[in-house]
Design a protein around this ligand. Structure first.
Ligand code: MN
Length: 496
């Protein structure tokens, strides 16, 4: 998956001159060793760069300005090895515009029982230095991630990985461009939204195009290009039928894939929407083509739903080191068997093959809506395991992010007549409570479905960007949930 740049994270250590050059040299050496160790052990996907031991307000402010103006710096990690009087940090932290992580750790894991003396105590002061630092962050209302524990532990390194995933996603959100082919599906409410608010809060540029702009690209795709891509399909997937009708339909989707990708790349777009109500000049609703593009990392949602399209792209970035996948999804049909309630998720066509548990099939089947030729599409079943659905809605004046943790399960029986890719899940805490909570919170029928991203990462993402969040999971209690929704509404109305 292509990102707009190669990201790195900056690591700074707080201290002061009081300790003298010898101790400060030790602080510097320990910081270098810690950063080297983290880079070697952490499997982070992004490099941590040690910048400096900061000892004065001017040094701190200068470093923050440099971080702000360095495009590939995705975030800053701060550690208080010693005590750094926190008024020194006010000016710098006040202007910091990158996601910040406070790593509350210490260089040594254990107290050296036999040798510990006051020199050791004065060198290793995270326990109180981190508290002084935490106060000023809180006083400044600085959104940040606090990670606590020994830096070589897997748990701490996993937290750093998650922070990095979120910070990079935020950086990519700030330069995300979404192309819309056609407008929203007529009369649909939840796919609407305030694009100005989205650009202010999330940085998204959302641009509309007539589908004719895409048709021009479709017409320019050559037969050789189509044949080459069809060969790729033959190698990678099970093409179920090879009648002329079927092959022609698949080749038309290959043409659409090439055209849409070219259009997106020419305009710097990494997410897009289509709508079956505006297909003038297209022979089929984009199906297989959209699925392939989602598989390559583009964000997508149907019926003009640009909020979900943008969020699919961002969730794919957040989960890019996972191996289970992220897709556009829709709660489609329920299985309401007592004690075995489940949701069947799918869409008309457009489910991402990254979540497939098998080599996808390509089939061609009539589509009841859209009034076009039979579109080719992938069919497959989904991987299983912990997953989530997330939805961004516009509450009028603010965005709300709703997350439901679910367990993706194996489809209990084959569904031989269902011509779409599908996922099946059991929502937490139960279908009844989860659906009730989702509906009370105003969650959409369109979601991002991910097996790679955790609720913690999405909540951190929202914290950094000041979005309202609603979490539905195994701990949800309907009585307090309803109360929390009301309190949240009052709080966010006050904030607005
Ligand atoms: Mn839909």
């Amino acid at each position: 998956m292509n990102l707009s740049k190669t990201y790195e994270f900056w690591f700074v250590t707080g201290s002061q001159h009081l300790y003298g050059p010898e101790v400060l040299k030790q602080v510097n050496d320990d910081s270098v060793n810690m950063v080297n160790g983290l880079n070697e052990q952490g499997q982070f996907g992004y490099k941590i760069v040690f910048k400096d031991v900061l000892k004065t307000p001017d040094e701190i402010t200068a470093l923050v300005k440099e971080a702000n103006n360095t495009e590939n710096c995705a975030g800053v990690i701060g550690w208080m090895h010693t005590f750094s009087p926190a008024k020194m940090w006010i000016t710098g932290l006040s202007i910091l515009n990158k996601p910040f992580m406070h790593l509350h750790t210490q260089f040594n894991r254990d107290i050296p029982w036999d040798s510990i003396d006051m020199d050791f105590m004065n060198l290793n002061q995270s326990a109180h230095g981190g508290r002084e630092f935490g106060f000023i962050n809180t006083r400044l209302r600085l959104p940040r991630k606090v990670v606590v524990g020994y830096w070589e532990s897997e748990k701490v390194q996993q937290q750093i990985r998650k922070f990095m995933n979120v910070a990079v996603t935020i950086s990519e959100s700030k330069c995300l461009k979404i192309a819309r082919f056609g407008d929203n599906m007529r009369y649909v409410a939840v796919t609407e939204g305030d694009k100005v608010e989205a650009e202010i809060k999330l940085g998204w540029q959302v641009h509309g195009y007539g589908v004719g702009d895409l048709v021009e690209y479709v017409e320019k795709v050559t037969e050789d290009e189509v044949e080459a891509l069809y060969k790729e399909y033959q190698n990678e997937y099970n093409i179920v039928e090879t009648s002329d009708h079927s092959v022609n339909s698949i080749k038309y989707q290959a043409k659409l894939e090439i055209a849409i990708e070219r259009f997106l790349n020419d305009g710097g777009f990494t997410a897009f929407t289509t709508t079956f109500e505006d297909l003038h000049g297209l022979k089929q609703l984009p199906g297989l083509s959209v699925q392939r593009l989602m598989g390559k990392g583009y964000g997508f949602a149907g019926e003009g739903d640009w909020k979900t399209a943008g969020f699919v792209r961002l969730t794919k970035i957040m989960g890019r080191f996972g191996d289970k996948g992220t897709s556009f999804m829709e709660d489609y049909t329920y299985h309401l068997e007592p004690d075995n309630e489940m949701v069947l998720g799918a869409h008309m066509l457009e489910v991402c093959p990254s979540i497939s548990n098998q080599k996808p099939n390509i089939i061609v089947n009539p589509l009841g809506i859209g009034d076009r030729e039979d579109p080719a599409r992938f069919t497959f079943s989904c991987k299983t395991g912990p997953a989530l659905n997330a939805s961004i809605i516009d509450m009028g004046g603010r965005m709300r992010l709703i997350i439901n943790e679910v367990d993706a399960v194996k489809v209990p029986q084959e569904m031989p007549k269902l011509p779409v890719a599908q996922a099946m899940w059991k929502p937490q805490p139960s279908l009844e409570e989860a659906a009730m909570a989702w509906i009370l919170a105003g969650g959409a029928h369109h979601t991002v479905f991910s097996l790679d991203v955790t609720a913690e990462e999405l909540l951190d993402f929202a914290e950094f960007l000041d979005l309202e969040t609603v979490l539905i999971n195994k701990d949800t209690n309907m009585k307090t949930f309803r109360q929390d929704l009301k309190l949240s509404d009052v709080l966010w109305n006050l904030k607005g």
